[in-house]
Design a protein around this ligand. Structure first.
Ligand code: NAD
Length: 496
């Protein structure tokens, strides 16, 4: 790795850092978010024991492992605001273990005496939870294989849950203290979900282990926020030309950086809240912040993705410059905002304005295709809950116009599920296994959209995608109307 001038490098002594934190899922987001807080904290007095060690569970993570090891575990973060940019080298990671090659080493790291916290970004799919029921997906081959391995004491595990349960089992047997598992994925109540999944898996193995985890392992909820696009070859070239930095896998992000963390760390924690680079709030209850973000940021990504891709857009900031999309998103946020309660320290109107500015940032060059990744899970988690009867606080209600705004992206998503040669590339399914199973109900809703069974078919679709609470008669009727308009007159008419 070559450093250029104008590039900030770690100010602490990397030799003295110990890995008190393990991260599972060293992807781009982790490197642009949690690593900044950890890297900043390592310059604080008494923080040498709060460095990072990384774990990759997927065979494809070998590429990240190889690049990072080649660079002495350092990488470049290129932060691009609308009027500001900075390039910094992050040095908080000291090792990377690839689970499929070295499962025992993963367990050793998770059980090491110095490991107090395990953070993770494993994507929604990595939890193996059916988000409509909240239950562990025991039918998934990786889960059943891990249950077998846990029962037989084999270390050849496949899921993050399996490794966490195995680590807890070893800690319990060694009478070692518990640890903190801090999910950093975009999931509502991510800590509670991780806890439920880990406990369900542990319970299948040994009820005593389940009880030990309940008592000794903490699962704080956390809300993460920073847009981090996938790294392109152009980014690498531009970084070298502009800053003289040669990096095999740099990461680009916007300037905005927020982390709201439930303060549940019985064995101590680093002072991430002292970071000069971003805002980290340790709070008692993360839920109100999560709801604001899920409904007025994550869901807005989903609201943007399918309508914009049907219009032929491929890049997020270009779609934002299209007034048809921009105006729709304002209407979408006004509707979804009805379901959001006030939170301390963040104003809803300002938040919405900042979100539209962040999406319009041309420097980030986020692609719409990326936003579509795993869309079926993401729409179910972020957008669909706004459609439940109990989503609005007492005294407020969602009009049919509000419902139409929230359902517009769902109608466009159905169109994308129907597929066909004329579908723009950006609207195609992206690593969306669950989407494949939705093609049947989507096809039926689309087919029947202009007939007498339209509302019934839409209701069936809503039921399979989002469950009973969303599949209400009014919601189904509005969705059927939107599908009819989309089918008959196209996406532009629907947006109008
Ligand atoms: P990425 O593709 O760069 O990295 C994905 C990481 O997840 C990889 O390390 C991979 O090994 C791991 N992973 C994938 N499937 C897994 C599984 N089944 N089990 C265990 N690990 C698995 O993606 P990213 O941009 O780093 O995003 C990762 C997650 O971060 C997202 O799913 C989201 O929850 C969260 N996030 C991302 C952003 C963003 O803008 N990119 C913003 C907020 C939150």
């Amino acid at each position: 790795m070559r450093f250029g001038e104008k590039v900030t490098c770690p100010k602490y002594d990397r030799e003295k850092v110990e890995p008190g934190i393990v991260h599972i899922g060293v992807g781009n987001f982790h490197r642009a978010h949690q690593c900044v807080f950890v890297d900043d904290s390592l310059s604080l007095p008494g923080h040498e024991s709060w460095g990072y060690r990384g774990i990759g569970l997927m065979p494809a993570d070998a590429k990240m492992r190889d690049v990072l090891k080649e660079q002495d575990m350092m990488f470049t973060l290129w932060q691009k605001g609308t009027s500001f940019e900075s390039v910094r080298v992050i040095g908080c990671h000291s090792d990377f273990i690839l689970a499929p090659e070295s499962p025992e080493k993963v367990l050793d790291a998770l059980c090491a005496a110095e490991t107090k916290i395990v953070t993770m970004t494993i994507t929604e799919k990595g939890y193996f939870v059916d988000f409509t029921t909240g239950k562990l997906d025991s039918s998934a081959p990786a889960v059943s294989s891990d249950l077998e391995a846990l029962k037989s004491g084999s270390a050849s595990l496949k899921t993050a849950l399996g490794y966490l349960v195995a680590a807890a089992k070893r800690r319990q047997a060694e009478k070692a203290p518990g640890f903190v598992i801090l999910s950093c994925d975009n999931l509502q109540e991510n800590g509670c979900k991780a806890k439920a999944a880990v406990l369900e898996m542990a319970g299948e193995v040994d009820s005593g282990l389940k009880a030990w985890i309940s008592e000794n392992v903490q699962f704080p909820n956390s809300m993460v926020d920073r847009i981090t696009p996938a790294t392109t070859e152009e980014v690498k070239t531009e970084l070298k030309e502009k800053y003289g930095v040669e990096d095999g896998w740099p990461v680009v992000s916007e300037e905005f950086l927020l982390w709201v963390v439930e303060d549940k760390f019985p064995s101590g924690r680093p002072s991430w809240d002292k970071s000069p680079s971003g805002k980290c709030l340790f709070v008692e209850d993360v839920l109100p912040y999560e709801l604001l973000k899920l409904r007025l940021l994550n869901a807005v990504h989903q609201a943007l993705a399918y309508p914009a891709s049907l219009l032929g857009h491929e890049v997020v900031h270009e779609a934002m410059a299209d007034s048809r999309v921009f105006k729709f998103l304002k209407a979408y946020m006004a509707a979804a905002g009805q379901t959001v309660r006030p939170v301390k320290g963040l104003k809803k109107d300002e938040w919405s304005k900042t979100v539209l500015e962040r999406f319009s940032n041309p420097a980030v060059r986020d692609t719409i295709f990326r936003l579509n990744e795993d869309a079926t899970n993401r729409i179910a988690v972020a957008l669909a809950p706004c459609l439940q009867e109990d989503a609005v606080p007492p005294g407020r209600s969602l009009s049919r116009k509000h419902l139409a705004a929230i359902l517009l992206p769902v109608a466009c998503w159905i169109r994308a599920l129907v597929g066909g040669a004329e579908l723009p590339a950006a609207a195609k399914l992206n690593r969306d296994d669950k989407g494949e199973s939705m093609r049947g109900p989507a096809g039926e809703a689309w087919e029947k959209a202009d007939g007498s069974e339209a509302a019934e078919a839409s209701k069936k679709f809503l039921h399979s995608a989002f469950g009973e609470k969303v599949a209400r008669d009014t919601v189904a009727e509005v969705l059927a109307e939107s599908l009819k308009l989309l089918k008959g007159e196209g996406v532009e008419a629907l947006l109008r």
